[in-house]
Design a protein around this ligand. Structure first.
Ligand code: UDP
Ligand code: MG
Length: 329
């Protein structure tokens, strides 16, 4: 280990990726061998139920540049990622999926941009192979919606694949919220950001871990973490509805008093009641989404629990959390 080289941490959360980790490892080594950097690989085993942990332990036996963070259960990708970033000791870290959808061959390009002075280098996907049309369309709409309503500009179509300089990593480690929408948080910290484009590959082996509900949850986390516009929208719609109601009511009172017209039909009454009932429930639902998140945050639990950890040879004591305290400051 030479002392002058900069250290690059490759952070990869793995949940049931036993079939992919060996291929991942060899492609990462291949892609980084010509870089004039030290490289450590940080695996976060996110409560896998297959043999992922055995395969990566095997890699670790032959390569002490690997860190293994074994979480006590499945905490979800966003949290697993956070654990990995907490324990990375590099001058920069690259966040990359183990399933090889983010091509490791792009690493030298990310590094090149970093060395030329950028603090955060985002990989933007220009194609998504192996993903369903429905996922492509919904994510297209979602990212554009998020871009327009969030207070920070979260660019469309960037996943988690990116490089972060130590400055950005330190800033990010201060954000300890439970509902973590990492894609947004990477932009929230600011710094000099650069975007490069890549074609997203299909998964090497296995299936995506996300289902409709987990994606919906993540989507809500994204919207509620970065915007209170939905709440404001509820107030605005409420105001408009009340105003329209007042006008319509006045017309009816006027007609009844001066023209003695009978009250308008039953149908319009039912329509109005269900319409406004719907708006009210929707508004309460929106408020509920925010309250639920406040509830979770106030519990102030640690983000994750580490069952076992094996550090890479590069571990620097400073800035790394004590795994026994489980609490990050
Ligand atoms: N992942 C994880 N914990 C989870 C779900 C996923 O660590 O609860 C990891 C997974 O092993 C992979 C990455 O996060 O390396 C991306 O997951 P996936 O490929 O399922 O998502 P997609 O690429 O379809 O968005
Ligand atoms: Mg994937």
């Amino acid at each position: 280990m030479t002392d002058h080289k900069k250290l690059l941490s490759i952070v990869t959360p793995a949940y049931n990726e036993a079939e992919n980790v060996d291929e991942f490892y060899s492609r990462v080594l291949d892609s980084t061998k010509d870089l004039n950097l030290d490289v450590e690989i940080i695996y976060i085993n996110d409560g896998s139920r297959d043999t992922t942990i055995d395969v990566i332990r095997n890699q670790r036996d032959n390569d002490d540049r690997i860190t293994i963070i074994d979480l006590s259960r499945n905490f979800g990708k966003e949290i697993a990622l956070t654990a990995g970033l907490d324990y990375s000791s590099g001058d920069a870290a690259i966040v990359i999926d183990t399933d090889l959808q983010d091509p490791p061959e792009l690493i030298p390009k990310l590094v090149e941009c970093w060395l030329s002075g950028y603090d955060v280098v985002n990989a933007k996907r220009i194609g998504r192979r192996g993903e369903s049309l429905l996922k492509k369309v919904t994510s297209y709409i979602y990212y554009r919606l998020l871009f327009h309503i969030s207070a920070i500009s979260i660019p469309a179509d960037t996943g988690d694949f990116r490089l972060l300089d130590r400055k950005a990593l330190d800033a990010l480690s201060k954000l300890r919220e439970q509902h973590r929408y990492m894609k947004g948080m990477f932009f929230w910290v600011g710094f000099r950001q650069k975007e490069i484009e890549y074609e997203r590959e299909a998964r090497f082996k296995g299936k995506t871990k996300w289902n409709f509900f987990s994606l919906l949850n993540l989507a809500f986390d994204g919207l509620t973490s970065f915007s209170i516009l939905p709440l404001r929208l509820a107030s605005i719609i409420g105001f408009l509805a009340a105003f329209t109601g007042f006008l319509y009511g006045s017309v009816i009172v006027f007609k009844t008093l001066f023209f003695h017209e009978p009250v308008a039909g039953f149908t319009s009454l039912v329509v109005l009641i269900t319409f406004f009932g719907g708006i009210q429930l929707l508004s309460i639902g929106i408020i509920g989404e925010y309250i639920g998140r406040i509830f979770n945050e106030t519990k102030n639990r640690p983000l994750y629990i580490v069952k076992d950890i094996k550090h890479s040879v590069f571990l620097k004591k400073s800035g790394v959390i004590d795994p026994n305290s489980q609490k990050c400051v």
